[in-house]
Design a binder for this molecule. Structure first.
Ligand code: SAH
Length: 283
């Protein structure tokens, strides 16, 4: 929806963009098209969209033949989406808070969304509890930097490890704040990830320990984890996998974290076994 269409549309609904719902609407048709092209939508896809708002992405997804399940918290927008309904009824709208929504009750292959930025992290964790093919999401640029970060950089952290554990990081592109109304104060990026089989089966403690280590990222790993693991033991294990004893959390790659925690607490990591399958992992 261009700005010249959006403003009359908002007036008609008698509403204005709400800050508390992170309402920054896409007003650049090229970006909308680029997001949907990146998601490689085909007519057999069931797409989950969170926060459709006025429906710019929703309309393009339906145009491409997808079946769309949209979850929108703002009742005004949720109801107004009915105007996009297709003859073969490919659009289902839930007026709900995505954070409370039970994703078990729906099946979808792809998630495509210009997400409310304040709920990105908890939502991504929830998605990975479900089977799906890919995520194509507009996120805050800093969030994209953290997802795509390589070990040894300041952006690298538990979010990077969590997403790299669960997904293949396919691509990203920058989106200028001029593409939104109102203009957000932060930069944005679209990220495209496909779900993969994780390299190991891990219990929830795996990411709890990683989070703990990164909460104190200036400390050496042996100090940051001392409540869970004796310092000397941490140092020995690090040395045994070829890492310096005074390493900090951000130095270890995903592979090295798996090796390290497998040696430190063998029960929490099983390479391709099944015993931890039922546990959820969170970042
Ligand atoms: N996708 C639209 C709107 C993006 S703005 C576009 O690109 O133009 C973010 C949207 O998410 C708004 O419509 C807002 O009402 C909705 N939203 C905010 N918090 C939400 C939540 N917890 N659950 C579902 N939708 C939410």
């Amino acid at each position: 929806m261009r700005l010249s269409e959006l403003i009359p549309f908002l007036n008609e609904l008698g509403t204005e963009p709400k800050k508390r719902l992170s309402q920054n609407f896409l007003i650049d048709a090229n970006i909308v098209k680029k997001i949907v092209a990146t998601a490689q939508i085909s007519s057999s896809d069931v797409v989950l969209e969170i926060g459709p708002g006025p429906g710019a992405l929703t309309a393009e997804l339906l145009n491409q033949g997808a079946t769309v399940i949209a979850i929108e918290k703002d009742p005004l927008f949720a109801r107004a989406l009915e105007r996009l309904q297709t003859e073969d009824r490919r659009l289902t709208v839930y007026e709900a808070d995505a954070l409370d929504f039970d994703f078990q009750q729906i099946e979808f292959q792809k998630v495509v969304a210009n997400l409310p930025y304040h709920i990105t992290t908890p939502l991504i964790e929830r998605f990975f509890e479900r089977p799906f093919v890919s995520l194509t999401l507009m996120v805050q640029k800093e969030f994209a930097d953290r997802v795509f970060a390589k070990e040894g950089t300041k952006e690298f952290g538990s979010l990077s490890l969590f997403t790299q554990f669960h997904a293949t990081l396919f691509s990203r592109f920058f989106v200028s704040s001029r593409c939104f109304y109102p203009k957000p104060s932060v930069d944005s990026s679209v990220i495209h990830l496909t779900k993969k089989d994780p390299p190991a089966n891990v219990s929830p403690l795996f990411f709890t320990l990683i989070r703990k280590a990164f909460q104190q990222r200036r400390k050496t790993l042996s100090r940051a984890l001392e409540e869970a693991l004796a310092k000397e033991q941490t140092k020995q294990i690090l040395a045994s996998i070829g890492i310096r004893e005074d390493a900090r959390a951000e130095i270890l790659s995903l592979k090295e974290w798996i090796l390290f925690l497998k040696k430190a607490l063998p029960g929490i990591v099983q390479e391709n076994g099944n015993s931890c399958r039922d546990h959820q992992t969170t970042c």
